[in-house]
Design a binder for this molecule. Structure first.
Ligand SMILES: Cc1cc2nc3c(=O)[nH]c(=O)nc-3n(C[C@H](O)[C@H](O)[C@H](O)COP(=O)(O)O)c2cc1C
Length: 192
């Protein structure tokens, strides 16, 4: 049984996650450590992945961006419906290449493109009616062919460990943990 496991965890990632072309993007919990050494976490979309790692996009002025710049050690947690599977990635975050960041913005829905422009603290203070009016006015003025805002940023998380948890209706859950070493990925099994 052991020798049937992929020696490369990317085979499992490709098997578990939808392809990058799928417009329905997976959600994941991004855990970071603040400059004050406190843990923080929030849900973000996985924009895409490749053999280098996992890409996410956000506002350069956000807390998570500040956290990742101060402390690149992060974790990503993916959970599948029905608690059937969980993938936890530990890794190092770095700013993604500019072309990748631009391509991810171009791929975002018209709503998310506009949100990236209006996702400010000042805007968040306004009552809903006012936010609706300003949202509609922005759309009327700019249409949906928006350029990338200056605060749009992307991060690449290069994994150092990937842990695949699977449940089973008639057997204990267990984890396959792949750790990156100088000689490639090392697999070990852990209880659930
Ligand atoms: C389902 C879902 C998907 C989200 N996707 C993103 C995303 O891809 N990028 C992002 O910046 N925020 C996303 N958010 C909002 C974040 O969870 C978070 O509230 C926001 O980015 C501010 O986080 P921060 O203050 O910790 O930086 C998403 C929220 C939800 C509920």
């Amino acid at each position: 049984m052991t020798d049937l496991e992929p020696s490369d965890p990317w085979d499992l990632v490709r098997d578990w996650l939808p392809p990058n072309e799928n417009p329905e993007r997976p959600q994941m919990t991004l855990s970071t450590v603040t400059p004050q050494n406190r843990a923080d976490a929030r849900t973000v979309l996985l924009s895409e992945f490749d053999q280098e790692g996992f890409y996410l996009h956000t506002d350069a002025l956000s807390r998570k961006a500040t956290d990742m710049r101060a402390n690149p050690g992060v974790a990503l947690t993916f959970l599948w419906p029905g608690f059937t599977k969980q993938l936890v990635v530990q890794g190092q975050a770095e700013v993604a290449p500019a072309e990748e960041i631009a391509a991810a913005y171009a791929d975002r829905s018209p709503y998310l493109k506009q949100l990236a422009w209006l996702n400010t603290t000042d805007f968040a203070q306004l009552p809903l009616d006012e936010r609706r009016i300003r949202w509609a006015a922005f759309l009327a003025e700019h249409g949906d062919g928006l350029d990338q805002p200056p605060t749009w940023i992307g991060f690449l998380v290069r994994p150092s460990r990937m842990t695949f948890w699977t449940s089973n209706p008639d057997a204990p859950s267990r984890r396959r943990e792949y750790t990156a070493t100088l000689n490639g990925w090392v697999l070990r099994y852990l209880p659930g």
